[in-house]
Design a protein around this ligand. Structure first.
Ligand code: ZN
Length: 178
C-alpha cells in the first residue's frame, strides 16, 4: 500500500491496518510482533502505556485497547510504518503536502473538513472515522518554524484518538509485552 493510501486509511479508519483505535494490544502484537514499550503514563491516565511500532506511537488504555495513535512526519528522515498487508515495517519518504493528503482522502470518499480554530501558520484537517473516533492531519504553512511560506502546506503530524471509550474503574496491571 502506498504512503498516501495509508494516510487516507488513518482518516477513514482511525489507524493503519490492525494498528488503529479500539484494537486490543494482544491483536496488535499478534499481527505486528512485540511493540516497544515506552513506559506508563501519569495521572489522569495512570495504567495507560505508550508504545511504538516504527514511527507510529500509540497509547493503550488500562483495558489494553489502543486509544490514541500519533505519527510525526516533520523530520526529513524516512518514515517507518507497518504495512497493513505484510505487517513488516516499511520506510517511506516523509514529506507529504496538504494537496496530496486531501486528494488521497477524496479518492476513497473519506469526508474531511478544516479545523477553523488553529493559528494561521497551521492547517488542520479533521475526519471522523466512526462515532467516537477522530483523526487529524496537521500541516505547517511554513517550512520550519520561521522558514519560507509554502504554497502547499507540509504535513507534520497525524493523530487518531478515541473519545467514546471509558475504562473500567478497576485498573488492571499491564504485563510486559515487548
Ligand atoms: Zn480502557
Amino acid at each position: 500500500m502506498a504512503l498516501l493510501e495509508m494516510m487516507a486509511e488513518v482518516g477513514a479508519t482511525g489507524g493503519i491496518g490492525v494498528l488503529r483505535c479500539g484494537t486490543s494490544l494482544a491483536d496488535v502484537v499478534a499481527a505486528l510482533g512485540p511493540a516497544e514499550d515506552l513506559g506508563g503514563l501519569d495521572e489522569p491516565r495512570q495504567g495507560s502505556h505508550r508504545f511504538s511500532c516504527g514511527d507510529v506511537e500509540f497509547i493503550v488504555c488500562r483495558c489494553r485497547l489502543v486509544s490514541t495513535i500519533s505519527i510525526s512526519t516533520w523530520h526529513d528522515s524516512p518514515l517507518a510504518l507497518p504495512s497493513p498487508e505484510s505487517h513488516a515495517v516499511v520506510s517511506f519518504p516523509s514529506r507529504m503536502t496538504f494537496q496530496q493528503v486531501t486528494s488521497a482522502l477524496d479518492a476513497i470518499g473519506c469526508r474531511w473538513w478544516l479545523d477553523t480554530r488553529v493559528p494561521d501558520t497551521q492547517r488542520t484537517v479533521l475526519t471522523e472515522p466512526s462515532a467516537g473516533t477522530w483523526s487529524s492531519f496537521t500541516f505547517s504553512t511554513t517550512d520550519g518554524g520561521d522558514g519560507p511560506v509554502l504554497d502547499d502546506p507540509r504535513l507534520y503530524k497525524v493523530n487518531a484518538w478515541d473519545v467514546a471509550h471509558e475504562c473500567a474503574t478497576v485498573p488492571e496491571p499491564l504485563p510486559h509485552v515487548g
